[in-house]
Design a protein around this ligand. Structure first.
Ligand code: ADP
Ligand code: TRP
Length: 322
């Protein structure tokens, strides 16, 4: 069975973009692959600087995955910070990776372009830690969003460099990117992202969800007039969740005129409520069950450790540490 590995940062509340772009693939792939999935809390320290928030966001992300269908028997699910192997292999890679190579990575280039003098060494080094995250598990595929493709390529280059320097150790993984949901639009039509404040959150209260959906930006075509569904943010989101017949029906209402955007938003809201109903119920049931959820993460960490420690030991032998 082929192996996949992925990580998700606990950097905020999970939203519809995260679900379609990442979470859903992770859950669907459980049936065909041996899976490793971690909460990337080492990476999150580049932005989260509050202990309670770090704990809360990591925990809620774990609950979100479980509520959405992660099966802890099939997937080794764990917190990155539980395994020191990630940071240790990162240091090894740091010592064989040239600065200019990482200077080309987009996280650093974006930060520089914004004139950020405050960029930390951790953010600069992010692609090297991500390479360690990946290569420790010798995965075949790394399911990620399009924005992470470059990081998987960096991991391949670092693996090649290590293998050439010290001898064959790491398998070269491929990024796995689902093209059709590469970019989910947010409530303002830009890419949905925590950093743009345009999200529809998966596990907000009913009132919060309603507020986000009713706040989707639309044009000012009057109620009576026909409207173009293809350019409407409400319709673009509806298409991602409705079936063919439902999509055709709503498109027909747009084109006929006489339907206001408020009605389209209500249709979208009830679709989202229906689509995520089970997950939302499960989320609220699991949220107070801390021992159960932390137990799953600890068990996952034990299973992950077997693989990670083994790879690290091989690398250390090749280097001459042991
Ligand atoms: P955000 O932009 O909200 O901070 P992250 O960068 O934490 O989201 O992304 C977590 C995962 O979700 C990544 O794999 C990313 O590619 C995916 N993702 C985030 N936003 C979207 C979106 N709007 N459409 C598709 N995938 C997305
Ligand atoms: N950088 C990824 C993101 O922001 C999260 C991540 C960290 C990751 N390490 C990883 C993803 C290893 C895949 C594999 O979305």
């Amino acid at each position: 069975m082929k192996r996949i590995l992925s990580g998700v940062q606990p950097s905020g509340k999970p939203h519809v973009g995260n679900y379609l772009g990442a979470i859903r693939q992770h859950i669907e792939m459980q049936k065909d692959y041996e899976c490793f999935l971690f909460i990337a809390d080492l990476h999150a320290l580049t932005t989260v600087r509050d202990a309670e928030l770090m704990r809360k966001q990591s925990y809620e992300l774990a609950v979100a995955y479980l509520a959405l269908g992660l099966d802890p028997k099939k997937t080794a699910f764990f917190k990155q910070s539980s395994l020191p192997e990630h940071a240790e292999l990162c240091w090894i890679f740091d010592c064989i990776t040239k600065m200019p190579f990482i200077e080309r990575a987009h996280a650093w280039k974006d930060a520089q372009a914004k004139g950020k003098k405050e960029v930390t060494v951790g953010l600069f080094n992010y692609p090297v830690l991500m390479s360690a995250d990946i290569l420790l598990y010798q995965p075949d595929l790394v399911p990620v969003g399009k924005d992470q493709k470059q990081h998987v390529e960096i991991a391949r280059d670092i693996a090649t460099n290590f293998n050439q320097t010290f001898g064959e150790t790491f398998k070269l993984p491929d990024a796995f990117i689902k093209e059709d949901v590469a970019v989910v639009p947010g409530t303002d039509g830009q890419k949905m992202s925590k950093s743009y404040g345009n999200t529809i959150d998966l596990f907000g209260t009913d009132a919060e969800l309603k507020k986000q959906v009713m706040g989707i930006i639309t044009d000012s075509t009057p109620l009576e007039e026909p409207k173009n569904p293809e350019t409407c943010n409400v319709f673009k989101l509806y298409k991602l969740f409705a079936d063919k017949k439902e999509i055709q029906e709503l498109a027909a209402k747009y084109k006929a005129g006489g339907m206001g955007y408020g009605d389209a938003k209500k249709t979208l809201l009830s679709k989202l409520m229906e689509y995520f109903a089970d997950a939302r119920t499960k989320y609220n049931e699991l949220l107070p069950k801390k021992d159960y959820v932390y137990g799953i993460l600890e068990d996952g960490a034990k299973r992950a450790k077997k693989v990670a420690a083994n790879t690290l030991e091989t690398a250390k032998k090749k280097i001459g540490y042991i």
